[in-house]
Design a protein around this ligand. Structure first.
Ligand SMILES: [Zn+2]
Length: 338
């Protein structure tokens, strides 16, 4: 089986790897219909996260069940399934509370930039579509595995309500999916902070009402200016840098909420500033599994089309070019065809 392996920052190779097999009776093996490169893969690619050993890459997946372990009962071979980047049992207290990405038995599903992948805890993790989806729906179904699920979580965590004013910090695939979520939640105004024209266009297509190009304190000031001087009701922080978090907190009105879903790198929150901001702060790795049945239905109904964040499609063999294109911001997100 062919799969992508990162050897060092900037060095991703497609290699022959052992085909995944059932190890535990709760596993399933999926033949991937599509996979992709995540913004968070770029943290490794850019050397911001250490790459200490050759690492199979990719954590977003959708495809057909090839094989199941003896204890798997909720999916069967031949079904089209989507799952989260964290496998979860679906039965522990955290799963029952809707925080599957903190499942006490969670396992990271890595090595998805490949032809096939083993998914642990298949019963708790995978959700099957009602029928085989058409080719056209596959990019949007793949997007649910991470970016759309994460954008949705940002809107849930920030408590977006009908009519509310939402600001989105970050115009990557997750931020753009956050726009979709805010629109689905009935936000009255959706302000996206972006300086990149193709991303601004897609944001507007997804339902954004305003674009702010200023950054940092100028960006927060622009948001306050648009909101009677107080800030947005809900702010979606979809980057993970100190600047983005500060911008998000300073763009939130007293009583409003920040949903932060960008994996923090060096982010420090000032306790005193947080105290006096009166802002609520909730985030973390998205409990994608909680949202999958609802999001699958919205994709298949044609209500949402998050697959549009894939502005480039390449064969898996060109995975190295996919990383380069995203690193150089020539692509928002690249879909890979195994
Ligand atoms: Zn659990």
């Amino acid at each position: 089986m062919r799969g992508a392996v990162m050897y060092a920052p900037g060095d991703v190779r497609l290699e022959d790897r052992p085909a995944p097999e059932i190890i535990n009776p709760t596993d399933a093996v999926i033949k991937l219909a599509a996979t992709c490169v995540c913004g968070s893969d770029l943290w490794d690619y850019r050397g911001i996260n250490a790459v200490t050993q050759p690492t199979p890459m990719g954590h977003e997946y959708a495809g057909v069940v090839q094989e199941i372990g003896a204890e798997v009962s909720s999916v069967k071979p031949g079904q089209f399934v989507i799952g989260s980047f964290f496998a979860s049992d679906g039965t522990c207290p955290n799963c029952r509370a809707g925080y599957e990405s903190s499942c006490v038995h969670r396992e990271f599903v890595g090595g998805c930039q490949a032809e096939a992948v083993r998914v642990p805890l298949a019963d708790g993790t995978l959700v099957a579509t009602p029928a085989q989806p058409g080719e056209g729906a596959i990019p949007s179904l793949l997007a649910l595995s991470d970016v759309m699920g994460t954008g949705w979580w940002a809107a849930v965590a920030a408590e977006v309500t009908p009519g509310s004013v939402v600001a989105v910090v970050g115009d990557g695939a997750v931020g753009l999916c956050g726009v979709i979520a805010a629109r689905e939640f009935g936000a009255g105004r959706i302000i996206v902070m972006s300086r990149h024209e193709p991303r601004q266009k897609l944001a507007l297509e997804f339902g954004a009402t305003d674009i702010v190009t200023e950054r940092g304190d100028d960006g927060s000031a622009a948001i306050r200016e648009m909101t009677e001087g107080v800030g947005a009701d809900a702010v979606l922080e979809c980057v993970g840098t100190p600047e983005a978090m500060q911008q998000a907190l300073r763009s939130t009105r007293p009583g409003g909420n920040v949903g932060f879903v960008g994996v923090p790198h060096g982010v420090q929150v000032n306790g005193e500033e947080l105290f006096y901001s009166h802002a609520g702060l909730r985030g973390g790795p998205a409990p994608v599994r909680r949202f999958l049945p609802d999001l699958i239905a919205r994709v298949l109904d044609g209500r949402i089309d998050p697959g549009k964040v894939f502005d480039q499609t390449l064969p898996l063999a060109q995975v190295a070019e996919a990383y380069r294109a995203m690193d150089e911001r020539r692509a928002i997100k690249v879909l890979l065809q195994p």
